[in-house]
Design a protein around this ligand. Structure first.
Ligand code: DX5
Ligand code: ZN
Length: 234
């Protein structure tokens, strides 16, 4: 039976959308075939930028059927997790550096009935999640430093994606492996070849005039890289 991670996931990052029209932008990418909506929450402390909080998640929740993939770049993170869960997040992903007890944070996310994710910064080693993988539904590799859209892809992260692919396969569990930052059709091919199965893209979708074409261009990166992913698209 096909697992839920067999299908290539495309998650547009709302950070690159037109903030005067967040609802319309959300519906536009949903209509264009996006799988999840990626929401980047930044506090000006954990990362050098400030974006938005649970109010935006709550406002978008009733508009869309897409799972809301919330990426928390805030510290401390634990005091805010319940608020994002209540606002309607489906996935809550955290950085190991955003609190003293990653295991406890993941337990908290799971206890609220949400999919739990861990995000690795470019310098964060894969070992940081080796002993919590049983509590993880999503592993996200930052292919830029977190904080801003539109940055250049960091190619050194491809080896990390490949190492995580091996670790995930060893668990035998359905764990999403996302790449976040600097994703274009060309870098998408590289991260998919390394073993990612979910692409987060801000500029490469919202920065284009035609969202259908932009998402199709990212999906087209899959067949050459991972025949198994391509087959399941049909
Ligand atoms: C950066 C965010 C990313 C960002 C990606 O901190 O986590 O999700 O929005 O933007 P692009 O695709 O433009 O690199
Ligand atoms: Zn993100």
């Amino acid at each position: 039976m096909a697992g839920e991670t067999d299908r290539l996931i495309i998650a547009p990052s709302l950070l690159a959308a037109d903030f005067t029209r967040l609802g319309a932008e959300t519906l536009a990418v949903e209509q264009a075939g996006a799988d999840w909506l990626h929401l980047d929450v930044m506090d000006g402390h954990f990362v050098p930028n400030i974006s938005f909080g649970p109010l935006i998640v709550k406002a978008l929740r009733p508009l869309t059927g897409m799972p809301l993939d919330v990426h928390l770049m805030i510290a401390p993170v634990d005091p805010y997790i319940a608020a994002f869960a209540e606002a309607g997040a489906d996935h809550i992903s955290v950085h190991p550096e955003s609190g003293p007890h990653l295991h406890r944070t993941l337990q908290l996310i799971r206890s609220l009935g949400k999919k739990s994710g861990v995000v690795l910064n470019p310098a964060t080693p894969v070992e940081s999640i080796a002993h919590v993988l049983d509590l993880v539904d999503i592993v996200m590799v930052m292919t830029v430093n977190p904080g801003f859209g539109g940055q250049a892809f960091i190619a050194s992260q491809l080896a990390k994606i490949a190492a995580l692919r091996r670790m995930i396969d060893e668990t035998g569990r359905d764990i999403f492996l996302q790449a976040d930052g600097g994703i274009t059709p060309s870098t998408a091919r590289q991260v998919l070849a390394a073993g990612a199965n979910a692409l987060i893209a801000g500029t490469a979708i919202f920065g284009k005039p035609d969202y259908d074409a932009a998402i199709a261009d990212l999906r087209a990166a899959a067949p050459a890289a991972r025949p198994d992913v391509a087959l399941s698209l049909g």
